[in-house]
Design a protein around this ligand. Structure first.
Ligand SMILES: Cc1cc2nc3c(=O)[nH]c(=O)nc-3n(C[C@H](O)[C@H](O)[C@H](O)COP(=O)(O)O)c2cc1C
Length: 188
């Protein structure tokens, strides 16, 4: 397995199929991670993403202060971790104890080991959207993926181990794993 760089203008594809993500951030040496369903691509070039971050979250405070965050795309092996980090650091200061983090060269934003893909983003400050709608916009400054499941700038779940299928949250602790591909000779 290798972590390969993804061209920024293709990084929207990492989110296009609607996976549940993990959001991570760091400020003044304090790292944190949280789960988020409401993350989306916003623009091809410059590549931008959105994510909804509730005012109650500790991660949001780090992002507002530091101006950087990462979205990462977890897989089936990480379903329990995704639910566990849905608990706030405000209630459980030890929540990161079993979350392995690492850093990509040149970026001081922690990212979670074992995910399928990572997008490191610089916050585009939009105080009105953030306050009124909890909506955060980021420009993607770096993107990477696991080459076992993202090849030639496309996901290839059908030819990768099932454990690399992405998680799609419903509610009440229930996810769906990404299913089979259906392909037509058209589309962006
Ligand atoms: C699967 C899943 C999806 C979630 N999606 C979101 C989301 O899109 N936005 C959000 O603000 N919180 C979402 N949450 C809740 C946060 O993860 C939760 O509030 C968490 O405790 C925040 O952690 P923190 O306070 O340590 O930052 C989700 C939780 C789970 C388990």
């Amino acid at each position: 397995m290798a972590i390969i760089s993804v061209p920024l203008e293709k990084s929207y594809r990492l989110l296009n199929h609607g996976p549940t993500v993990i959001v991570s951030a760091k400020h003044n040496g304090v790292e944190n991670v949280m789960s988020a369903s409401w993350a989306c691509a916003l623009e091809f070039q410059p590549a931008k993403v959105t994510v909804v971050l509730d005012k109650s979250t500790f991660t949001r405070e780090l992002i507002e202060q530091n101006g950087w965050f990462a979205l990462q795309v977890p897989n089936a092996t990480q379903a329990e971790l995704v639910l566990n980090i849905g608990e706030s650091r405000k209630e459980n200061p030890q929540k990161l104890a079993n979350v392995p983090l690492f850093y990509q060269n040149g970026f001081d934003v922690p990212v979670v080991e074992g995910c399928n893909a990572w997008l490191i983003c610089k916050l585009i400050s939009e105080p009105h959207n953030q306050q009124a709608h909890d909506l955060f916009i980021g420009e993607v400054m770096g993107a990477w993926a696991d080459d076992r499941v993202f090849k030639d700038n496309h996901w290839d779940f059908d030819n990768a181990p099932d454990e690399l299928r992405t998680l799609h949250y419903v509610a009440g602790g229930q996810f769906y794993l990404i299913g089979e591909g259906v392909k037509f000779d058209k589309g962006p």
